[in-house]
Design a protein around this ligand. Structure first.
Ligand code: PMP
Length: 430
């Protein structure tokens, strides 16, 4: 595989952009090779500046459920461009997208558009704090909700796991209001509520975690969160930035039959353009400025290009519900192929999958939380990743990320990927 032009592009980028990238994991830090620089993409494929073709399972980290440069999306976007790209004034397309979201997600009466998942979760927390008049929030170890101060927190020592900053620059004063609990541990969250339940503004959770590999919450755990938050007057925020419109049109919360107070969205809701959103119960959402006291704003929020990409994407998903069955079939085939390969080769891996999100852990034991996820053999994953890339299959350059399947992945792509998986797994055997 020739990556010479990419290497030169990376060297040039590093002169002007920290690490040469605008989001850290793109630098391929852990996996021991330089990242391909992408020139263009279509359907299930991306192409780098050296002309290499890859079957892509990143899909811009989740948004591209309809595939790259989807014809219907790009056609509408071209029309919008000619009409102006931003007005900073209300448009009808914002209402159309908001209405689709409210109709799709039972718990959402109103929704506010922002520009990223980070903004969505940050704003939802402010709203939860403003609504409840409380400061503390609970998040779970291994869940990622973007890089705002309150959420860039890891578990600290001490029985309650009061947070410590995950990054310099996050004030300790802020970190101490974030309690980090163990994912899928009913005992841990119950104890936390017993001790400080009256001070908790919100619990935020990835219902199917996709940021420590793929790790779904158990039904009992989601039920417990719902019960405890109600009992103590805290809000339940389900972060569907990754799972929203991905695992089901009615989102992950419909699979669990749990009704959160607030939901955060991103990725698919923007159809590949920069969008996030937060929504929920009317009485809570009406606390947001300009009708309520909780302030939140955005120069480019609801801009027409992003709204159109999101609107067309959601409308396509709504009008073609068979898409989710097709995605399930494709992903299942991939999972089965991976499992058979591992069995035939005697390689110990665990594949977790929910719908079109999946992840192979180099770990022979079940992966149910952060601790079990981090027991994976990262060195083996790195070998696997490099081999997959050589085989023309582009997965996320980290053991702790999900792969995403789009409607444009063909049977041929899936077969190629299963074959690549076999060859790459083989290379991980010493
Ligand atoms: N929440 C979840 C569940 C996410 O997966 C992500 C991003 N991967 C975010 C929030 C942050 O979104 P963004 O990168 O758009 O800020």
């Amino acid at each position: 595989m020739n990556l010479e032009k990419s290497m030169n592009a990376f060297e040039e980028a590093k002169k002007y952009i920290p690490g040469g990238v605008n989001s850290p994991v793109r630098a391929f830090g852990g996996v021991g090779i330089n990242p391909p620089f992408i020139k263009n993409a279509k359907g299930s494929k991306i192409y780098d500046v050296d002309g290499n073709e890859y079957v892509d399972y990143i899909g811009s980290w989740g948004p591209l459920i309809l595939g790259h440069a989807n014809e219907i999306v790009t056609e509408e976007l071209k029309k919008v461009i000619d009409m102006g790209t931003s007005y900073g004034a209300p448009t009808e397309i914002e209402t159309k997208l908001a209405k689709l979201v409210c109709e799709a997600v039972d718990s959402v009466d109103m929704v506010r558009m922002v520009n990223s998942g980070t903004e969505a979760t940050m704003s939802a927390l402010r709203l939860a704090r403003g609504y409840t008049g409380r400061d503390k929030i609970v998040k779970f170890e291994g869940n990622y909700h973007g890089h705002s101060d309150s959420l860039l927190i890891k578990a600290g020592s001490g029985a309650l796991h009061f947070g410590v900053p995950n990054s310099p620059g996050v004030p300790a004063d802020i970190a101490q209001n974030t309690i980090t609990a163990t994912y899928n541990s009913i005992e841990d969250i119950t104890n936390i509520f017993k001790e400080v339940g009256e001070e908790i503004a919100a619990v935020i959770i990835e219902p199917i975690a996709g940021n420590m590999g793929v790790v779904p919450a158990t039904q009992e755990f989601m039920d417990t969160l719902s019960k405890l938050t109600k009992e103590y007057g805290a809000l339940l925020i389900i972060d569907e930035v990754m799972t929203g419109f991905r695992v089901a049109y009615k989102c992950a919360q419909s699979l669990y039959n749990v009704t959160p107070d607030l939901t955060t969205f991103g990725k698919i809701i923007g159809g590949g353009l920069p969008v996030g959103a937060y929504g929920g119960r009317r009485d809570i959402m009406e606390k947001i400025s300009p009708i309520g006291p909780v302030y939140q704003a955005g120069t480019l929020s609801g801009n027409p290009l992003a709204m159109m990409a999101g609107y067309i994407t959601l409308k396509t998903l709504r009008d073609n519900p068979e898409i989710y069955d097709e995605l399930e079939e494709k992903a299942k085939k991939l999972e089965k192929g991976f499992e058979e390969n591992a069995k035939n080769l005697g390689v110990k891996v665990t594949t977790n999958r929910v719908g079109s999100m999946l992840c192979t852990f180099f770990n022979e034991n079940p992966v149910v939380d952060f601790e079990s996820a981090t027991k994976s053999d990262v060195d083996k994953f790195n070998i696997y990743f490099r081999e997959m890339l050589k085989e023309g299959v582009y997965i996320a350059p980290s053991q702790f990320e999900a792969s995403f399947i789009s409607i444009k992945h063909t049977d041929e792509d899936i077969d190629k990927t299963i074959k690549a998986n076999y060859n790459s797994l083989k290379k991980t055997i010493k």
